[in-house]
Design a protein around this ligand. Sequence first.
Ligand code: CS2
Ligand code: MG
Length: 404
Amino acid sequence: MKITDASVVVTSPGRNFVLLKVTTEDGVVGWGDATLNGRELAVASYLRDHVCPLLVGRDATRITDTWSYLYKGAYWRRGPVTMTAIAAVDVALWDVAGKLAGAPVHRLLGGAARDEVTLYGHASGATVEEALEDVAAHLDAGYRAVRVQAAVPGAEAGSYGVPPADGRVYEPASGERPAEDRWDTAAYLDFLPQLMAAVRERFGYGFALLHDAHHRLSPIEAGRLGASLEPYRLFWLEDPTPAEDQSAFRTVRQHTTTPLAVGEVFNSIWDCQQLITERLVDYVRTSVSHTGGITHLRRVFSLADLYGVRSGSHGASDLSPVSFAAALHVDLAIPNFGIQEHMGHRDPAGEVFRTGYEVADGVAHPGDAPGLGVDVDEEAAARYPYAPRYLPVNRLRDGSVHDW
Ligand code: CS2
Ligand code: MG
């Protein structure tokens, strides 16, 4: 089944997405997600200029061969741009494979290993009280797992995961240049146990409680934070330290039994080899679209399974509905599923993406349509042209650039 066309769609229905469309000689279309938040056009060019021409004429059903051809064949391996581009091809070919087989992708991955995919939602607030109200709203909506973030008194502007006052989603996208935030680690370390105590005091222990430190701590600060959160029995503490330093997790681990999760910035199995084989984390949060697609993500999770580490796939809204669907198919099929992040997509994204997955009561199912079950309306996509948008840059009080 030859590939006859491969093209890139860049669209911005509320936020930027880069998509890859692969068409076969029989007219079967597969979609992949190539979105890399804030660096979108680099991946679009990698695909358009270097990958699409190589895809034409290849057999669409040889997914592993195409993966290796693009990974080993470029000589230059790994990195977010390369691995996001390879992921887009891989996911599009799995979509084609499902459509050719008349089966949902999860069936090709071994079939459903569970009935539904447990999601965690994001509760947040500018104050503790606001965050508590949002937790209540999530529990009322049926979530059995909730990530909680709130503005840190004294470091409000730099607090990760809190929506700006104007009603936009958090992670405010700024235009030609990134916005600059100010951050205070000491204030955060004192505040977070108070926030988690307030959540447990109000709502008890009958649901999974998560928190994202967003890579901002040193190893010993993270160890201290994890220890101070132990009474609140977190499901996980996410990204305690900058994720590129795998051995840092040894220090964190030595100081706390709070479960640890990391991986949204990983692109390869090599980024988490030590973390997994030394059992330094409990959850790998790698995303399907930044880690070489379904083919490579399965490899990561298979290695993790050997060591009792579970999955926790990244599901932020900068990953398009194509990625979210692909993640759900993997989640449903692997033995060591942990939890799936759910941030959702706001309109007008719904005009561009027709999704077949079901999300309700804190759980999801990818659906049983052939392939991934997501279609892209290219006319609608063309109505929303690309506009540059960047994640914020973070600075300490003295002006030093810090991790955002
Ligand atoms: C976040 C992400 O979902 C998460 O846990 O850390 O939203 C992350 O900040 C974005 O994906 C960055 O693009
Ligand atoms: Mg995160």
